[in-house]
Ligand binder design. Structure first.
Ligand SMILES: Nc1ncnc2c1ncn2[C@@H]1O[C@H](COP(=O)(O)OP(=O)(O)OP(=O)(O)O)[C@@H](O)[C@H]1O
Ligand SMILES: [Mg+2]
Length: 338
């Protein structure tokens, strides 16, 4: 059956931290992947930015949920409601016909069959009629304009909230890859733990993320160093307010182990890369996408460690979604899955 008359084309990057949706080439949603639910009625109170404002400030009546963890759906019902709400937000004019959607959703390259099925079911319950999936690093490569079907190797490192996806792409396929659960959320959790141990203060996830954005760094000798960041938080024992000055050097130190894990995975993928493609990668450099790519000094640190130039993609937070949009227009791409 042909649904094209009433159907819309939707590309969704269902990320652990952020959901980005393109509809017919236009970015229509760019919101945190959070939903707030009324505990009693189960009704959706808010999604996206509004729900993030309520996160960790929950009242007895409202519960906030991040439906994805480590790149995959952890709470199926919440994920489905969130997708449905976002599509509603993007499509405020409801027609008398129930709209049907041609949909492409991206998934981590390490997804299991069960995880793929969860995404497919959630999409179909939210109105998808014609549904395809694409691996995130492939979408990232398309999104930054690489020719993924060429007989030439390209390497992508996508550092999101939940996973870091590392992949070498050639001839429209992923030749070597690794997906690890060390990414932006890990950095945030590590900062939270560090502040507790070092300063004896208690900070929430949102505040720890803010510390990361203000003074997060991958190296302790930055050329363009940010000023120390002042945070006020309760002492763990006395509950008195404590004013702390956080420098980027200590955050670089605190994130060092996690970044080393990412470095090791990159080296391991390069080790499994065929030599002919390796040469292409050295020539082109390695492309960094995802929000984590913006951590200060990261590209420089990785370039130094791997001895290949790393480039931070333009608009790294939207690369995967944009590439998913490109795939939407080319349904016959061999790497799309149903
Ligand atoms: N300037 C920045 N410096 C460091 N980290 C940042 C910056 N901006 C955003 N981030 C982090 O990037 C992460 C979100 O990135 P992104 O939106 O690419 O993830 P996602 O696609 O939702 O997650 P995943 O792909 O793992 O499912 C968050 O952890 C956020 O804190
Ligand atoms: Mg992502």
């Amino acid at each position: 059956m042909n649904f094209s008359f009433f159907s819309k084309a939707v590309a969704i990057d269902l990320g652990t931290a952020n959901t980005v949706i393109f509809m017919d080439d236009k970015k229509v949603i760019d919101e945190p992947s959070i939903i707030a639910i009324d505990r009693l009625s189960g009704k959706v109170v808010a999604v996206g930015k509004k729900a993030k404002e309520m996160h960790e400030k929950e009242s007895p009546n409202i519960r906030t949920i991040r439906p994805l963890k480590d790149g995959v759906i952890a709470d199926f019902d919440a994920a489905e409601s969130m997708i449905r709400e976002f599509i509603k937000m993007a499509n405020p004019k409801r027609s008398i016909f129930a709209p049907s959607y041609r949909m492409v959703v991206c998934i981590p390259s390490g997804s299991t069959e069960v995880e793929k099925r969860a995404v497919r079911d959630a999409a179909e319950h939210s109105g998808a009629r014609d549904f395809q999936m694409i691996y995130e690093p492939m979408a990232a490569a398309l999104g930054i304009g690489l020719n993924v079907t060429a007989p030439s190797g390209s390497m992508i490192v996508d550092i999101g909230g939940g996973t870091t996806e590392i992949a070498v792409i050639s001839l429209g396929g992923i030749v070597a890859d690794e997906s690890i659960k060390v990414a932006g959320d890990t950095f945030t959790a590590e900062i939270q733990q560090y502040l507790r141990q070092q300063y004896n203060i208690r900070v929430g996830e949102i505040s720890a993320e803010l510390v990361k954005l203000e003074v997060g760094a991958a190296m302790s000798n930055l050329e363009d160093a940010p000023e120390p960041y002042v945070i006020i938080a309760p002492n763990v024992m006395t509950v008195h307010p404590v004013v702390s000055n956080i420098s980027y050097q200590e955050i670089a130190h605190c994130l060092d182990k996690s970044i080393s894990k990412i470095e090791n995975s990159i080296l391991s993928v390069l080790e499994h890369t065929p030599p002919e493609l390796y040469g292409d990668i050295v020539k082109k450099g390695i492309f960094l996408t995802g929000g984590g790519a913006m951590l200060r000094g990261l590209a420089q640190r990785l370039s130094h460690k791997v001895n290949i130039e790393f480039h931070v993609a333009e608009d790294p937070l939207r690369a995967v979604a944009r590439g998913t949009g490109v795939a939407l227009k080319n349904p016959s791409y061999p790497f799309l899955m149903r």
